[in-house]
Ligand binder design. Structure first.
Ligand SMILES: Cc1ncc(COP(=O)(O)O)c(C=O)c1O
Length: 385
């Protein structure tokens, strides 16, 4: 039978029917330990009982109310999110996807600066559609080469509404920009009256070992977009603005309305996610697991010359292999062995839930260690001897 889903992206053969904790299960009940957290969303693990319980409570109370009302859930989430972002006194709006949050952030920047251009690093992904879409038709996006300080002098900052800083994901390749580069871009933006935006759709909510990825830098955002892990799998995203920008908005307001803006159910989920991260101390625990994971990979690298580089911050980790063929082979073998990881070109990616157990990390590393990739020095040195 023809798959009734439009194949906008490559369709997998595996049919997933259930998920729990750090695993998903296919129709044959085969378990896959998910080192991708779905699409980097389930930071608290799949079908987290705390979040499920909160959803059950809220659906009987209020799911959706429409734009004629205020609701407590969105206002409480706004206050909590602003506190975690260090933007107390600012304001938020909540929508449904990361793409919407990035687009809304850019819309705010363009309207308030009356400028059209948007600066991003060349490797940054922003959104599936709209202002952030990477396409030849979107001539308002300006790319600055990653970590290239010289390129800064070639830009006309006068025409730029905002710099959208993505502190880590880099189109799935996991690259962390240097602080001096980011500081220099931010200083030029501010000097010329532009705004600083942080795109935390992927790096937010403990992913990099801090609440937000920009907090690894001396970067004070005017606007922040969040998504993915805010809902732990439920579609809720948001835009936060600083107090200064909210005051500017009062002077230059514009209308933006979507049917599910500030919906009670999504906001209740978001608030529960933040509280659960706090209550379980998952920022610190996620950071520690990330360090453990990184050390295990460093040991693995000392045995396998196929691993060229390890890039890691918290539980946002990548290994770069010698070739994309080797990456493919390891990726496929890992799936066979019940581990889901990410792959792009010759990079393998690991972004497990923050609650991943050390034994799962150990088992993944042992499995990679045993994979025979067919090149002369891929076997572990111990295995060769
Ligand atoms: C950094 C970043 N920004 C924005 C988005 C868009 O989010 P969504 O796919 O939820 O629309 C993504 C999605 O992967 C992302 O990684």
């Amino acid at each position: 039978m023809k798959n009734p889903i439009i194949p906008f992206y490559k369709q997998a053969d595996r049919l997933i029917v259930r998920s729990e904790n750090c695993s998903v299960y296919d129709a044959d009940n085969k378990e896959y330990i998910d080192f991708e957290s779905g699409d980097w969303s389930s930071n608290l693990g799949h079908s987290n009982p705390k979040i499920n319980e909160r959803i059950m409570q809220q659906i009987d109370k209020l799911i959706h109310d429409g734009l004629r009302f205020r609701n407590n859930e969105s206002e409480q989430l706004s206050l909590k999110l602003l506190e975690k972002l260090g933007l107390t006194g600012g304001q938020c709006a909540f929508i449904n996807s990361g793409s919407e949050a990035v687009n809304l952030g850019i819309t705010i920047a363009k309207n308030l600066t009356d400028r059209k251009k948007v600066l991003k690093m060349d490797c940054s992904y922003l959104s599936a559609f709209g202002h952030g879409q990477i396409s030849e038709r979107n001539t308002d996006l300006i790319n600055i080469p990653f970590n290239n300080l010289d390129a800064i002098t070639k830009l006309d900052f006068q025409e730029i509404s905002a710099f959208v800083f993505e502190p880590g994901n880099s189109s799935s390749l996991i690259k962390y920009p240097n602080s001096n580069f980011i500081n220099a871009v931010a200083a030029e933006i501010k000097k010329h009256g532009g705004l600083l935006m942080a795109n935390e759709v992927t790096t937010g909510f403990g992913r990099t070992g801090k609440w937000f990825g920009f907090q690894h830098y001396d970067y004070q955002p005017d606007i922040v977009s969040v998504g993915k892990a805010l809902g732990n799998g439920y579609p809720i995203s948001g835009v936060a603005i600083s107090q200064e920008i909210s005051e500017l908005f009062q002077k230059m307001p514009f209308r933006y309305a979507q049917s599910h803006q500030n919906d009670a159910l999504g906001c209740a989920v978001g608030l529960e996610v933040i509280k659960t991260i706090e209550n379980l101390d998952l920022i610190n625990k996620g950071f520690e697991k990330g360090e453990y994971f990184k050390q295990s990979l460093i040991e693995l690298q000392s045995k396998h010359s196929d691993i060229l580089e390890i890039r890691a911050r918290g539980l946002m980790i990548a290994i770069e292999l010698k070739t994309s063929g080797i990456a493919d082979l390891i990726y496929n073998q890992l799936i066979e062995n019940g581990f889901l990881v990410g792959i792009k070109e010759r990079t393998l990616r690991f972004m497990p839930p923050l609650i991943i157990e050390k034994k799962d990390i150990d088992n993944l590393i042992k499995t990679i260690d045993k994979i025979k990739t067919g090149t002369h020095n891929v076997y572990s040195k111990q295995a060769i001897q």
